[in-house]
Design a protein around this ligand. Structure first.
Ligand code: SF4
Length: 381
């Protein structure tokens, strides 16, 4: 694996110059995909889309953890959170996601359910330890970035011998989803901008199967506008030179093999599991199931739960949006019936969703530059 010279902090102008020259050399339309809600938001918020060469597009794939959660899993979560005697702890983004019957955790809370927003899985463990009369369930959603914290929480609950803490595990793995998406042959792309924070945990080498099996260049990138532009420039340069490789342009945080401690904790608590993704359906070994040794902390086992898959809300095209088959602008509900204040699908609910990013930064056609550098709150891809 190589780290190109673009891993150094360089000006956006210089990087865009390289990007433009390489794009001109290729001389055809190019599409690259990012699979990370943070890349989605930062690319739109910085106005990067409007600065890119006409023939280069950056598409958003299944990288927003709330958006890829299947409708069946969302229904399960809301049903469990509405039960008497259960305290449901969740990250903020999940609370407004709508179930198939129009319900949500927010509505359940208004009707008296004990639903609490937490900032970490360990907050839920502390809550369980402080009130043993309640069954505390942690809604464990997210990719490899949040899964180690869930694993650490289960280990802590085990050490404390808590009998009133469980996790409803819906964690998903990014690389199997990228491979699953390519296997559907529904996307026609020239390479992937790989998520830097997932790579911090799994290591840059984890993306090698995409290069080897599909011959698509992959570049691991950071999240500032110049880092995203640099990753895109390298992708276009690779296409221009007929190369296909895996490069790490985020070496400040990402190593070849990832974070050994986080991976060990994941390995201890979770096993790869076949899970259902919105729009992509079941993908083998694309999620994390709690190992039998820790089944006492598995909400599905404790409460005898099984997800039943149901269609998306009528008219909502989130499934098409997260697989780059449609843009939010193609959805008839976008900006009319569906807005961040009154969202219909998870892509508008989540601060990392493509629909919400479009609404905030691109609603009137061209992407706009927004000065704010505030980080969005979310599950974290
Ligand atoms: Fe779904 Fe709303 Fe996005 Fe349309 S605009 S795809 S209804 S989230």
């Amino acid at each position: 694996m190589s780290s190109a010279t673009l891993d150094q902090p360089l000006s956006v102008d210089y990087i865009l110059g390289r990007l433009g020259r390489a794009a001109e050399r290729v001389g055809r339309d190019l599409s690259f995909m990012e699979v990370c809600g943070t890349h989605t938001v930062h690319a739109f918020r910085s106005g990067l889309h409007s600065l890119m060469p006409e023939n280069v597009k950056l598409l958003s794939g299944p990288g927003c953890p709330v958006c890829v959660t299947s409708q069946g899993d969302i229904d399960l979560l809301i049903e469990l959170g509405s039960r008497r005697g259960v305290t449901l702890c969740t990250y903020g983004d999940m609370i407004r996601v709508t179930g198939s019957a129009g319900q949500s955790l927010e509505l359940a809370r208004m009707n008296g359910a004990d639903v609490r927003v937490v900032y970490s899985a360990m907050d839920a463990v502390k809550l369980a330890a402080s009130d043993k009369k309640r069954q505390v369930v942690f809604a464990a959603v997210g990719f490899e970035t949040t899964a180690p914290a869930t694993a650490a929480a289960i280990l802590a609950a085990s050490k404390l011998r808590l009998t009133n803490f469980t996790a409803l595990a819906s964690h998903k793995l990014v690389v199997p989803a990228m491979l699953g998406l390519l296997a559907t042959r529904r996307v026609n792309i020239d390479g992937f901008l790989c998520p830097g924070h997932v790579a911090v945990v799994v290591g840059a080498k984890a993306f090698a199967p995409i290069v080897e099996r599909y011959g698509l260049p992959c570049v691991v990138g950071g999240f500032e506008a110049n880092q995203i532009a640099a990753a895109l420039a390298r992708l276009v340069e690779m296409v221009a030179h007929g190369e296909c490789g895996l490069e790490n342009l985020y070496p400040q945080a990402v190593t070849d093999d990832g974070n050994a401690t986080a991976r060990a904790v994941l390995e201890e608590v979770f096993a790869p599991a076949t899970v259902t993704w919105r729009a992509l359906g079941e993908i083998p070994d694309s999620g994390l199931g709690i190992r039998p040794f820790y089944r006492l902390f598995d909400a599905k086992v404790r409460f005898g739960l099984k997800a039943v898959e149901v269609p998306e809300p009528p008219g909502c095209r989130c499934g098409d949006v997260i697989t780059a088959q449609a843009t939010p602008g193609d959805c008839k509900l976008f900006g009319r019936a569906c807005t961040p204040v009154d969202p219909i699908g998870p892509c508008m609910v989540s601060s990392e969703g493509t629909c919400q990013a479009w609404f905030k930064y691109r609603r009137h056609g061209k992407p706009v530059r927004v000065a704010s550098s505030r980080k969005p709150m979310g599950v974290g891809a």
